[in-house]
Design a protein around this ligand. Structure first.
Ligand code: RNT
Ligand code: ZN
Length: 422
């Protein structure tokens, strides 16, 4: 393992190298330390939740694998998350789903969920200085069994899900008020059709009406921010998705709510990086669901891909760190779930750091002067600069394991804690 002195020496050399390009590594580290990533609670238990209704994962979502040790209770999930946060530099948030309510053993209807059902989460978040974000859960439920919720033709079912979303916004506001940091409450619905519908219009009209009714009560934006998440298709909804990208883009622009961009929700070669500078001209803020689709929206662990780098570059180059909420969204049940969280979150932070270390002024000037040769040459050279030494130093400073050393911690946690969960 690398010693402190080695890490510091490597950092000094790296810092000098970056300084030659006019990049201040201390400043980059400073900026990175202020970024909070919202970790998705659902990586810890394969999107199960704690309602114990025996419902299988629905909504066209699939978590594959059967690695032992998944969290079975809110306490176990919080224990696992505590371990994850200890391995990440910086202070980070948690993104909760409504189906992770703590209802003391007795089932509570999703339409009747109250802030008190999330008190355990809020107490934990407050004690550990985590902000909380939220999501209504419109899947894995008998009333969503046919894959329709807010666009359902049955008024009773549609109203049920409207009520659930209204309840969730109030819970989001409670999070924001209790923790002194606005909660982003993100609405994603599975609605769509396996085969070609005859009528593509009416479900969208119903969805629009549902959303307007859900959002009709104004909630101060320092407590709760509303976001809507579109998608291309889901398993069992291959031919039509009511809440498509165009639908929600129009909705977010016209209602001035947040637009959620999930990197797995577009055609496989379409990237969300290029969308940021476009949509942020029209919507106030964006929520990112950083994910990795392999051939489809498979929600693989986020790795250090060109795609991830491009997303982070766009956030940084556009000066959007204040307007883009960065959340993760994947679920891999085939590897240690704590490691899955840590790997994806560290990669996202690393990619942000790499973007923060770009010689922005130089590149901008080259571009404005039409020096595209220089721009290409410099952008390619940057890929080989020692940003890893800066990352290691940041981890050291933050008191978290450097490099793959975090794996030892996870392995011993697995042996002591996860292996006992049968
Ligand atoms: C589904 C969406 C959505 C979910 C979570 C669990 O395709 O990405 O964000 O992953 O709500
Ligand atoms: Zn998502």
């Amino acid at each position: 393992m690398m010693g402190e002195k080695q890490i510091e020496d490597a950092y000094r050399l790296a810092s000098e190298r970056y300084a030659l390009l006019g990049v201040d590594t201390e400043r980059a580290i400073q900026k990175l330390s202020r970024v909070s990533i919202s970790l998705h609670c659902w990586q810890g238990d394969d999107v199960g939740g704690f309602e114990s209704t025996g419902e299988a994962l629905g909504g066209g979502l699939a978590a594959t694998g059967n690695y032992p040790g998944k969290a079975r209770t809110p306490q176990e999930l919080r224990d696992d998350l505590d371990m994850v946060y200890r391995l990440l530099p910086g202070k980070h948030r948690l993104n909760l789903h409504a189906m992770y309510a703590e209802t003391g053993g007795k089932p509570v209807d999703r339409a009747k969920l109250l802030p008190e059902h999330f008190k355990g989460w809020v107490d934990w978040a407050r004690a550990n200085h985590h902000g909380l974000d939220f999501n209504p859960s419109l899947f894995s439920h008998p009333k969503a069994a046919d894959g329709l919720t807010l666009s359902h033709p049955d008024e009773g079912i549609r109203q049920y899900w409207i009520d659930h979303c209204i309840a969730c916004r109030k819970i989001g506001a409670y999070f924001g008020e209790s923790l002194g940091s606005p909660c982003v409450t993100n609405i994603w619905i599975p609605d769509g059709f396996k085969d070609n519908p005859f009528d593509r219009k009416s479900p969208r009209e119903r969805l629009l009406d549902s959303l307007d009714r859900i959002l009709s009560e104004k909630i101060p934006s320092h407590f709760n921010l509303d976001a809507v998440e579109g998608k291309l298709f889901g398993i069992g909804a291959e031919s039509y998705t009511t809440g498509s990208h165009e639908f929600y883009l129009g909705y977010a622009v016209s209602r001035q709510v947040l637009l959620t961009l999930d990197s797995g929700h577009f055609h496989p070669t379409e990237t969300i990086a290029d969308k940021l500078s476009a949509v942020l001209l029209y919507v106030p803020e964006v929520l990112l669901h950083v994910s990795r689709g392999v051939r489809w929206d498979s929600d693989h662990v986020v790795t250090f891909t060109d795609d991830l780098q491009a997303i982070c570059q766009e956030v940084v180059r556009g000066n959007f760190l204040e307007r883009v909420h960065i959340g993760l969204d994947y679920f891999d049940a085939s590897i240690n779930r704590v490691a899955a969280w840590v790997i994806g979150a560290r990669n996202t932070l690393k990619a942000l750091l790499m973007a923060l270390l770009e010689p922005a002024d130089t590149l901008r000037a080259m571009e404005l002067n039409g020096d595209f040769t220089g721009r290409l040459a410099l952008m390619e050279e940057l890929k080989g600069l020692p940003f890893g030494a800066v990352w290691d130093y940041y981890c050291l400073q933050a008191g978290v394991p450097v490099g793959e050393a975090y794996l030892d911690v996870i392995r011993s946690y697995e042996k002591k804690i996860l292996a006992e969960r049968k």
